[in-house]
Design a binder for this molecule. Structure first.
Ligand SMILES: [Zn+2]
Length: 300
């Protein structure tokens, strides 16, 4: 419930970066989502062997007829309807799950065909495509938000909520998609940064401890590009970096939801009735470390 909003004249747009899926079909994956698959397809189509056989970039797509396996229509699996039982997904016996026709799989870039390339992790692909900077600059952003372990062609349906949220974050950090460069005023007017307000719902969920710092530097880039960020979060490593904390509690669930206090992290740390404050004080004083689960353990 709210009565009024103040200050919205300072914002151009509000972007919710939540944990809902980025795609509900196996046809969307990390490289299609960040629009890097176009570059990979063009790269394959430019190879001498592909040119000789007259394979255009579309031949390296599993979404349109041409180079894809038509038995499974590029899914790599076929659904078998079972009477009285749930449908069963089976590996396509025509392409053996590779999604492409054999002629297409014969085209190789540095020894790998399109199926093997889609099987690379993002981190492996950064090395493999080191001499294709327009591709690696897109892929690098995925590694920077802690998703370097995903495979390029990993189906979007297998991503967790936390992974889906970081994919969306990565899309906002893409070169050319940055809020500051997305909007230009006409004529000779100087470029004005787009003022976007991003709302994140528990972005550290499922994130490895080492990757929290990657997430925080990604936040820094959104802010540098003119954005503001509201984060719903329990992780103290995130809370302590905030400019302003709104502490809701005192507990979780039914026993929470009340305003306990607000202010910079240092002020919250002094609140006697705040659980967050008690733990935050230990972190800020250097007397506690955050464990992988985001809980505080005293240093003994
Ligand atoms: Zn097939």
């Amino acid at each position: 419930m709210w009565d009024s909003i103040d200050g919205d004249e300072f914002l151009d747009e509000v972007v919710l970066v939540d944990q809902s899926p980025i795609g509900r079909t196996p046809r969307s994956n990390p490289v299609t989502y960040i629009k890097a698959f176009d570059i990979i397809r063009e790269l394959f189509a430019s190879l001498p062997e592909a040119q000789k056989r007259g394979f255009p970039a579309g031949h390296f797509s599993f979404n349109v007829p041409g180079g894809r396996c038509e038995n499974c229509q590029g899914d790599g699996t076929v659904t078998v309807e079972m009477q009285f039982l749930a449908d069963v997904e089976l590996i396509c016996d025509e392409c053996k799950g590779t999604r492409y026709k054999p002629q297409v799989l014969e085209i190789r870039y540095k020894g790998k065909n399109i199926h093997e390339v889609l099987d690379l992790t993002i981190r492996e692909a950064l090395k493999f495509f080191a001499d294709v900077p327009r591709l690696t600059e897109k892929l690098r952003v995925l590694d920077e938000v802690g998703l370097g372990y995903l495979r390029l062609g990993q189906s979007a349906t297998t991503l967790s909520g936390g992974e889906a949220q970081r994919m969306k974050l990565a899309a906002h950090l893409q070169p050319g998609a940055r809020p500051g460069s997305r909007h230009t005023e006409g004529g000779d007017a100087p470029k004005r940064k787009r003022r976007l307000l991003y709302i994140f719902d528990e972005p550290t969920t499922g994130l490895h401890f080492d990757d929290v710092s990657k997430l925080l530097s990604a936040f820094r880039r959104l802010i540098d590009a003119g954005g503001s960020i509201v984060v719903i979060e329990h992780n103290l490593e995130v809370i302590k970096t905030a400019d302003w904390v709104i502490d809701l509690g005192p507990e979780g669930g039914d026993r929470g939801g009340n305003l306990v206090g607000f202010g910079p992290p240092e002020a919250i740390a002094e609140l006697k009735n705040s659980y967050t404050g008690q733990y935050l004080k230990r972190v800020l004083d250097g007397n506690g470390v955050t464990t992988v689960s985001g809980r505080i353990e005293p240093i003994s």
